[in-house]
Write a protein that binds this ligand. Structure first.
Ligand SMILES: NC(=O)c1ccc[n+]([C@@H]2O[C@H](COP(=O)([O-])OP(=O)(O)OC[C@H]3O[C@@H](n4cnc5c(N)ncnc54)[C@H](OP(=O)(O)O)[C@@H]3O)[C@@H](O)[C@H]2O)c1
Length: 270
């Protein structure tokens, strides 16, 4: 996909953070953008902000309140949006959350909730839109994290959910090819968003120390990487130098990554 003008873009988790930054950028490049998230007031404000970024008045901007964990509702709401605007050329799954804590402080309820929002939520939107996208092709971007490649202290539930998103996306890519559906998996490092501010409230010092070894990115930088990654047809979109380096070290010298993380954690608790 080389050009986003006139494309129909659906963004789950598009009312804040990385999803909202992507929505603005798609709109600036002439796409019609439709947003989904739970909080209706924030969603309407986001839709107005996104539509104001577009110079082309023939483009269309819509939104619908939705909790991606409710599979039946996802099917119904996405179905209505497809009736109104047609199936998406591009689906971006950005709804997600992290509540870092030590393993023994994470309740089974929190662990299941993390899996449900981050993994099942992604599954639900793809399932709802897959039949329509199969008819004419398109592109799906699921959001994992750098923490989807490596286990990080304080993120036992989050890492499990983000590893799952990577496995899901790789398998989906191989099934999508026959229908002209491309798949990317976005793997950002720490990014300055309302979600990260919330996440920082529960971060153990060790997790905070590991996070501080990489440069904080802006949501706009991550959105630019996402759009560039789709244009290049990338499966993995890893924004920023630090994220790419961490993933490369994990792949080629996992012992070195462990040593770096252990060193940061040791300093944090001294
Ligand atoms: N920020 C980072 O440092 C970072 C790093 C790596 C990966 N990520 C991943 O990137 C994605 C976006 O993160 P972010 O920091 O931009 O988050 P954010 O600022 O908290 O924004 C999350 C968006 O998703 C929506 N959302 C959350 N739960 C939802 C649900 N159950 N159903 C529907 N919508 C939901 C939120 O709106 P409502 O609350 O109104 O529903 C909001 O629009 C997440 O998957 C996150 O795990 C983030």
């Amino acid at each position: 996909m080389k050009d986003f003008a006139g494309k129909n873009v659906f963004i789950a988790g598009g009312s804040a953070g990385i999803g909202l930054a992507c929505a603005r950028l798609f709109s600036q490049q002439g796409a019609s953008v439709h947003l989904f998230a739970r909080d209706k007031a924030r969603l309407l404000t986001a839709r107005d902000e996104v539509s104001a970024c577009c110079a082309d008045s023939s483009r269309c901007f819509d939104c619908a309140p939705l909790d991606v964990t409710d599979a039946a509702r996802v099917k119904a709401v996405m179905g209505k949006m497809v009736e109104k605007h047609g199936p998406p050329d591009i689906l971006v799954n950005c709804a997600g959350q992290a509540r870092p804590r030590r393993f023994d402080e994470i309740s089974p309820e929190q662990a299941m909730h993390t899996m449900t929002v981050n993994f099942a939520g992604t599954w639900n939107t793809v399932s709802a839109l897959w039949p329509g996208m199969k008819k004419r092709g398109g592109w799906i971007v699921n959001t994992s994290s750098v923490a989807g490649f490596m286990g990080i202290f304080g993120y036992t539930d989050y890492c499990a959910s983000k590893f799952a998103v990577i496995g899901f996306s790789e398998a989906l890519k191989s099934e999508g090819e026959a229908f002209g559906i491309g798949v990317s998996v976005l793997c950002p490092p720490d990014t300055d968003t309302p979600g990260l501010a919330e996440e920082n409230l529960t971060k153990p010092p060790e997790t905070r120390a590991i996070s501080s070894t990489a440069k904080l990115m802006t949501a706009d930088e991550v959105a630019s990487a996402l759009l560039a990654g789709i244009k290049k047809g990338r499966l993995y979109i890893i924004p920023g130098f630090d994220g790419k380096l961490a993933v490369a070290v994990k792949r080629h010298a996992p012992w070195l990554l462990e040593a770096i993380m252990r060193h940061a954690m040791k300093k944090a608790v001294q």
